[in-house]
Design a protein around this ligand. Structure first.
Ligand SMILES: Nc1nc2c(c(=O)[nH]1)N[C@H]1C(S)=C(S)[C@@H](COP(=O)(O)O)O[C@H]1N2
Ligand SMILES: [Mo]
Length: 252
């Protein structure tokens, strides 16, 4: 069977099961195909599973829309962040020369990158939409190193299933499955609209995941960890956002 018709069969199966035999059966099917998100659990989790499973099966390789330069928002909308602490301030005063992105976990060659290191790697620029769950959005040009490239440099182990990323703001962290981590538009962004990434938008470094909602685009990232088990992090829901009631998978 070709991959497309197999996918179609799986989604049709999951959807039909949800309609005809109840959500539990759909959940069972999703589990069989490895399509359970880490925040699934209880009744609400079944809905999360259906969203994640359907999106994964149908759109895992699709691209977020890219816009033309004339469509860039002016000014871009910078969402408010909690006050940045002393460590951040000191790094900022040093022009972020001492900022590091540590990469560890299930990798062959753990590494630590400065902003300059990252800028010496191949970059990608794309004009995409950032949409907050609160209803506002903006379009900007983002430049950064594809996360897939960084993962290739450090060499992920075959068992790896997720990439967890942490902000210098301790209560902000999130994760992506490998489909989104390896997606060509998922960037470790260091620049925006042709200049440095402004601090208000997460400078010097943020995750840019145009296929998911704003909150997955964590600002001020300092560490990536590759893992096969999200239970070890925080409350085990894969992200700080589900701890506050938002879905781990925020695909758009
Ligand atoms: N570290 C950190 N990352 C964060 C946030 C935050 O408060 N702290 N807010 C998130 C939310 S809810 C959104 S919608 C986007 C907003 O990005 P923007 O400021 O570029 O508009 O950043 C996300 N990343
Ligand atoms: Mo948001």
């Amino acid at each position: 069977m070709n991959p497309l018709s197999r996918r179609k069969l799986i989604t049709t199966g999951i959807t039909a099961a949800a309609g005809a035999s109840g959500l539990a059966v759909a959940g069972g099917l999703a589990k069989r195909y490895g399509l359970i998100p880490p925040d699934a659990g209880g009744l609400y989790g079944v809905g999360e599973t259906l969203t994640y499973a359907a999106q994964r099966v149908l759109t895992s390789h699709s691209m977020a829309r890219e816009f033309s330069p004339s469509q860039i928002s002016n000014p871009p909308f910078a969402n408010e962040v909690a006050p940045l602490g002393g460590t951040f301030k000191r790094l900022q005063e040093g022009g972020f020369a001492d900022w590091r992105l540590a990469v560890d976990g299930m990798v062959a060659r753990p590494a630590s990158f400065s902003i300059a290191d990252l800028k010496s790697h191949p970059s990608r620029s794309q004009i995409t939409h950032l949409a907050c769950e609160e209803g506002w959005s903006y379009i900007a040009e983002w430049t950064g190193v594809p996360l897939s490239h960084v993962l290739d440099v450090v060499g992920i182990l075959p068992q790896a299933k997720y990439v967890v990323y942490f902000s210098i703001q301790q209560d902000w962290w999130d994760s992506l499955d490998m489909a989104d981590a390896m997606h060509p538009q998922t960037l470790i962004a260091h620049s925006m609209n042709g200049g440095e990434l402004p601090v208000g938008h997460g400078g010097p470094l943020r995750m840019r995941v145009p296929r998911q909602l704003g909150y997955k685009n964590v600002k001020y990232i300092t560490r990536l960890t590759v893992t096969d088990d999200l239970k070890r992090f925080g409350q085990g829901l894969g992200s700080s956002s589900p701890e506050g009631g938002y879905a781990w998978y925020a695909g758009i």
